[in-house]
Write a protein that binds this ligand. Structure first.
Ligand SMILES: Nc1nc2c(ncn2[C@@H]2O[C@H](COP(=O)(O)OP(=O)(O)O)[C@@H](O)[C@H]2O)c(=O)[nH]1
Ligand SMILES: [Mg+2]
Ligand SMILES: [Zn+2]
Length: 288
């Protein structure tokens, strides 16, 4: 049978076949070990059944893509989760994660949780990303207001990313109560939450596969040249051909159409993060 690796613990690989099948506990066949061909979570594999709920993995299909952190193969989408408050939204991290998704070749979207804590603020946050032409949705796990979420990840493999404490594990538990993932109160001292999600696995929820990640509060930029950065900012890219200089970096150049639109068509925080990331990339380039 064919299936998908959903979890790896030591040298046991847990493979899920079609929806009705239970997970098969597998070991690897010698040929894969000899060729150093070790499956990752997310890989599509061929399993020879050896007993009730047990088997041997004999082959793996070629990967569409693979992420290093989290280590998952065949991902379609990154859902960047943020909260309206508690913890305070870190929009720079949201934008960083969107840049990361873009350059991994993945679709990126923003999910704003805890909307019940401040409806107006939630709406303002959503406007930022809608203006930027990024798929955005508002939810509240607490008020069970997330029925509209599954349509975004049906039949896809999505990584849930974002600060700890924003409600990633809570989203998964609500969509699939069998998961019973650990949910931790946002730590009061730092308002940042704890890191509780440890090993990476594919979780079935809302008609798709999701990967919960431990909150990463930092993310390095991809290794790109600064001039590529605007590709990940659709609202900036859209106007860059109207700048006077065709190599305009939208920072100090005269007659920059992008700068003119900051605060209207281009949200201020998005522009600020663009400039910040651009300068980080320039520094990275210098250090090569
Ligand atoms: N007020 C409110 N709290 C929520 C909501 N969703 C999750 N939480 C709480 O936020 C805290 C962190 O949730 P958790 O799922 O562990 O976040 P994660 O670190 O992103 O996985 C927990 O105390 C949850 O009960 C929500 O919609 N509203
Ligand atoms: Mg969690
Ligand atoms: Zn410009």
């Amino acid at each position: 049978m064919q299936g998908r690796v959903v979890k790896i613990i030591n040298d046991f690989y847990y493979v899920q076949g079609n929806e009705k099948n239970a997970t098969i506990e597998c070991k690897l066949k010698g040929n894969l070990i000899k060729d150093n061909n070790f499956p990752l979570v997310g890989d599509v594999v061929l399993v020879e059944l050896t007993g009730e709920g047990q088997g041997m993995i004999s082959d793996l299909s070629s990967r569409e893509n693979r992420l290093v952190k989290p280590a998952v193969a065949n991902v379609d989408q990154v859902i960047v989760v943020t909260s309206v408050k508690n913890p305070k939204p870190n929009l720079q991290l949201v934008d960083r994660l969107l840049v990361w998704a873009y350059f991994e070749g993945l679709q990126g979207m923003v999910c704003i949780n805890k909307r019940e804590l401040d409806y107006q603020k939630a709406q303002e946050l959503a406007e930022i990303y809608k203006t930027s032409e990024i798929n955005t949705t508002l939810i509240s796990v607490k008020e069970n207001d997330l029925d509209h979420l599954p349509k975004f990840f049906e039949n896809k493999t999505s990584v849930l990313a974002g600060q700890s404490g924003v409600g990633k594990s809570s989203i998964l538990n609500t969509l699939n109560p069998d998961l019973n993932l650990e949910v931790n109160p946002v730590s009061r001292k730092a308002g940042t939450g704890k890191h509780t999600t440890r090993h990476c696995q594919l979780l079935k929820a809302g008609g798709g596969f999701l990967v919960d990640t431990p909150g990463f509060n930092k993310k390095k930029l991809p290794e790109i040249v600064p001039e590529q950065l605007e590709l990940a900012f659709p609202e900036i890219k859209k106007h860059s051909s109207d700048c006077k200089f065709n190599d305009c970096s939208h920072r100090k150049e005269p007659d920059c159409q992008v700068k003119k639109l900051v605060g209207t068509d281009i949200p201020t925080t998005r522009y600020e993060h663009f400039v910040k990331f651009f300068e980080e990339l320039v520094d990275m380039e210098r250090s090569f």
